[in-house]
Design a protein around this ligand. Structure first.
Ligand SMILES: Cc1ncc(COP(=O)(O)O)c(C=O)c1O
Length: 364
C-alpha cells in the first residue's frame, strides 16, 4: 500500500509530515525531474525580469507560441500552451468530449481523472508483465469504431518504455481509419536523445494530438509549462477558445521563450542520462530480491520480490522517498518507480536499498 493520499510522486510535504522532518531533509526519487536543475540562463532571466509579475502576461502568449513553433518547425496555430501538460490534458478532454476512450494500464493517472469529469466510458487496455510491460500488436485488435479516443504515453509512465515505432505507426493508421483521436503523451520524450516523437508526422495526421511537458526535462515543475499540438488549426482554435485566460504565469511563459534554445543544457542532460541511467540500472539489477525493468526515460520501474518488505516505508525511514506504484491500476504493492538522479544521489539510494534488501539495519 502507498503510505500517502496523493496520487502522484513528488509529495515531499506529505512524506515529511509522516516522519516529522522538513521536506528538504528528504531525497526525492518519486518525481522524475532532471537533476541538473533549472537551466542557469533561465534562472538569470527570471531574476532580471521580476517586473513581469506586475503586468498581465500576453493573453495570446504570441512569443511563447512562436518559440515553440520555431523549435518544432511547425505553424504557431498548431500549438496551444498550458499551465503544465496537465492543463493541456484537461483542455483537450474538455474540447474533444469523448464518449468512449481507451487508456493503457499501468499508465499516468490524469487521463482517467480528466475523462471522469465528462460522460465517458473508459476502456482499459492492460499491458502484461509477460511482455515486459511493452505495448504489443494486441492493441490493434482492441481498437474498434466504438472508440473516439485513445491515450498512449510514449515513453510510458511508469515503465519508461517507448513502443516500437512500426507499431505506433500502425496504431496511428488504424485510429485514422476508425475515426479515433490518438493522443500521444510525450511528456518524457525529450530525455531520449535523437527521438523526434510524432510532431514531424502531424501534417498528414490531423487525428493525432501530441502532448508535451517542459517541467521534467527543464526541471521547472513549480513554474508549470506544457503544450498540445495538432495540425488542424480550427480544432486547436476551438481548444484555445475554451481555455481559461492567462493560465500560464509570466515566468513560465518566459521560460518557454528561452529554454528550447539552450542546446548546452540539452546536451548535458543527454550525456548524464546516457552514462548514469545505464550505471544506475546495472547497479539496481545487482541488488538481491529486486526485478528491474529496463526503461529509456529518466526513471525505472522496480518489483520487490520480498513479500516481507515495504520498500517505500523502509527507505523513507532512511529519508529517501520513492514512488509506490500500488495505486496504478495493473500494478500492486510490489512495484515501485525511482527517478534517475545524480551519481551521488543514486549511490545513496543504492546503499539504502542494499541495507534494506540485505537485512542490514541502517546506521542512524
Ligand atoms: C506521463 C505524464 N504526462 C504528463 C504529466 C504532467 O506534466 P506537467 O508537470 O507538465 O503537468 C506527467 C507528470 O508527472 C506525466 O508523468
Amino acid at each position: 500500500m502507498s503510505l500517502f493520499k496523493s496520487a502522484h510522486g513528488g509529495n515531499t510535504r506529505e512524506a515529511a509530515e509522516l516522519l516529522g522532518i522538513s521536506p528538504e531533509q528528504l531525497l526525492d526519487f518519486s518525481a522524475n525531474i532532471n537533476p541538473l536543475g533549472m537551466p542557469a540562463g533561465l534562472k538569470r532571466a527570471i531574476i532580471d525580469n521580476m517586473d513581469c509579475a506586475e503586468r498581465y502576461p500576453d493573453v495570446d502568449y504570441a512569443q511563447l507560441h512562436a518559440a515553440l513553433a520555431e523549435h518544432h518547425q511547425i505553424p504557431a496555430s498548431w500549438i496551444l500552451a498550458g499551465n503544465g501538460e496537465t492543463e493541456s490534458i484537461f483542455t483537450l478532454v474538455d474540447g474533444l468530449k469523448p464518449r468512449h476512450a481507451m487508456i493503457v494500464t499501468p499508465g499516468f493517472a490524469e487521463y482517467r481523472r480528466a475523462l471522469q469529469w465528462g460522460d465517458c466510458t473508459i476502456h482499459e487496455f492492460a499491458l502484461r508483465e509477460d511482455d515486459g510491460w511493452q505495448l504489443t500488436d494486441a492493441i490493434l485488435d482492441a481498437l474498434t469504431s466504438e472508440l473516439d479516443c485513445l491515450f498512449l504515453c510514449t515513453p510510458n509512465n511508469p515503465t519508461g518504455l517507448l513502443p516500437d515505432n512500426r507499431l505506433l505507426r500502425e496504431i496511428a493508421a488504424r485510429c485514422k481509419w476508425l475515426g479515433i483521436n490518438l493522443i500521444l503523451d510525450e511528456a518524457f520524450i525529450d530525455f531520449i536523445a535523437g527521438e523526434p516523437g510524432f510532431i514531424p508526422l502531424l501534417h498528414e495526421n490531423p487525428h493525432i494530438w501530441v502532448l508535451r511537458s517542459l517541467t521534467k526535462f527543464y526541471a521547472i515543475p513549480g513554474l508549470r509549462l506544457g503544450y498540445l499540438v495538432n495540425s488542424n488549426e480550427q480544432a486547436v482554435a476551438q481548444m484555445r477558445s475554451r481555455q481559461m485566460p492567462w493560465s500560464i504565469n509570466a515566468f513560465a511563459a518566459l521560460a518557454g521563450e528561452i529554454i528550447l534554445c539552450d542546446s548546452a543544457y540539452q546536451q548535458a542532460t543527454w550525456k548524464w542520462l546516457e552514462q548514469e541511467g545505464a550505471r544506475f540500472e546495472q547497479q539496481l539489477q545487482n541488488l538481491p530480491g529486486l526485478t528491474v525493468y529496463p526503461g529509456q526515460a529518466n526513471y525505472r520501474l522496480l518489483r520487490c520480490d520480498r513479500a516481507d518488505i515495504d520498500l517505500q516505508r523502509t527507505l523513507l525511514e532512511q529519508h529517501v522517498l520513492i514512488r509506490s506504484c500500488a495505486n496504478y491500476p495493473g500494478l500492486d504493492a510490489r512495484y515501485y518507480r525511482v527517478a534517475v538522479r545524480s551519481q551521488e544521489e543514486n549511490d545513496r539510494l543504492l546503499a539504502a536499498l542494499n541495507n534494506t534488501l540485505s537485512g542490514t539495519t541502517p546506521a542512524d
